[in-house]
Design a protein around this ligand. Structure first.
Ligand SMILES: Cc1ncc(COP(=O)(O)O)c(C=O)c1O
Length: 394
């Protein structure tokens, strides 16, 4: 019998991925999150972190983490429903509820788990779920896993969504979008979506991983920016690994929503609670995120400086007011080549390729942090001018 080893069976997919310029490899970081990093032994100015407010390496956040670790130890020891729910978790949930203006908030160990756990707890067979086609993978995976009739509507196209809603007879209808789209940086039209959801008797869920901390005058994200209450936006999700600078995620909403998740969300129930020290560090970063407005102001300055600079260079950007400012290249090989040219000039920007983004839309995902200086943005603009300038003007 011709017995093939596991490696023989797996290898062709790897070879194919490499030849399509879609192969991924990891770089090893040897420094904290900052504008200047050391990666694989080389110094770079980094424009690829989601630490938008520069809180991941903030001394007060670090000491909150250290103090809590001294008291609680490192591991939480169990899931929230067994013995892992500490007073730090509980206090953070109460503070996140107040921050978001919701009845309650519930911590999840990661954003990926929050999304699949919430969606699968809320809809199932016989229900219908409608997702923007550019939603984050975790939202799409949650929709597929739920067993509800899963439909993707055209990006930010409310007519397309309405057409699909008109054709459903499902009793539970869930509309799910990113508040700020993770690979494009643009916002969902949440004010219109909230009206449309109410008109169609559908529930609206927003993943605001990239909105919290950046949008809204106190960093309350898309919900604050669009002034959406718990009534109009009943399922609000945020992650803690981006602007908050720590790790984990939460869902905020009504008492009944949160109790439903505690009872039925499998990725909440069957996993170890995040370490209490992470919750303690996040309580500190939540305070800083709200009070240190200069971080948002500086970030906005960097974003408008970059947008003005790229305009002068003839480089077109998407319609983004967020710290995510991707530069569309299209072809995978060319995107990798431009990222490599930037790396040679000491600038770290990651080439984002399918399947993370649709085929033909490979891009350099430039992100800014309050830790960047205007001089560093100028360094990036100069390099982009040299590398892309001719092509952009062609
Ligand atoms: C929009 C969005 N949702 C969810 C997640 C997943 O969050 P986490 O990294 O905490 O799993 C991410 C990225 O990580 C994201 O960009």
């Amino acid at each position: 019998m011709n017995h093939k080893s596991i490696d023989n069976i797996l290898s062709p997919a790897l070879i194919e991925r490499r030849s399509a310029n879609l192969y991924r490899s990891r770089r090893t970081s040897e420094s904290p999150q900052a504008a200047q990093v050391i990666v694989d032994g080389k110094k770079y100015t980094s424009f690829c972190s989601n630490d938008y407010l520069g809180l991941a390496n903030h001394p007060e956040v670090i000491s909150a983490f250290q103090n809590a670790a001294n008291y609680f130890g490192v591991g939480s020891g169990a899931s929230h429903l067994v013995a892992g729910h500490s007073s730090e978790h509980h206090a953070l949930e109460e503070e996140l509820a107040e921050f978001t203006g919701r009845d309650r908030a519930l911590l999840f160990s990661t954003g990926y788990m929050a999304n699949i756990g919430a969606i699968t707890a809320l809809v199932g067979q016989g229900d219908a779920i409608f997702e923007d086609r550019l939603n984050h993978a975790s939202l799409l995976d949650g929709g597929l896993l739920s067993g509800a009739r899963f439909q993707r509507f055209l990006h930010n196209d409310l007519k397309n969504l309405q057409n699909r809603l008109d054709k459903t007879e499902a009793e539970r209808k869930l509309i799910v979008v990113d508040g700020v789209f993770s690979m494009d940086g643009d916002c969902a039209p949440l004010d219109e979506l909230a009206v449309l959801a109410q008109k169609n008797n559908a529930w609206l869920m927003v993943d605001d991983a990239h909105g919290f901390g950046c949008l809204g005058s106190s960093g309350g994200g898309s919900a604050e920016y669009f002034k959406l209450t718990q009534e109009s936006l009943p399922i609000l999700m945020g992650t803690l690994g981006k602007s908050f600078g720590t790790f984990g995620a939460f869902i905020a909403g009504s008492e009944t929503l949160i109790e439903t998740l505690i009872q039925f969300s499998r990725s909440y129930i069957y996993t170890t609670a995040m370490p209490p020290a992470i919750a303690a560090a996040t309580r500190k970063s939540l305070q800083l995120l709200q009070s240190e407005n200069w971080r948002r102001d500086h970030l906005n300055l960097l974003i408008s400086h970059f947008r003005a600079g790229t305009k002068q260079l003839g480089i077109q950007l998407s319609n983004s007011v967020s710290p995510i400012q991707p530069i569309m290249i299209g072809d995978e090989a060319r995107t990798l080549a431009v990222a490599e040219q930037l790396a040679q000039r000491g600038l770290l920007i990651i080439a984002i390729r399918p399947p993370t983004v649709p085929v033909g839309s490979s891009r350099l995902r430039v992100t800014f942090s309050a830790e960047h200086s205007i001089a560093q943005v100028d360094q990036l603009l100069n390099a982009l001018g040299d590398i892309l300038g001719d092509a952009a003007h062609a």
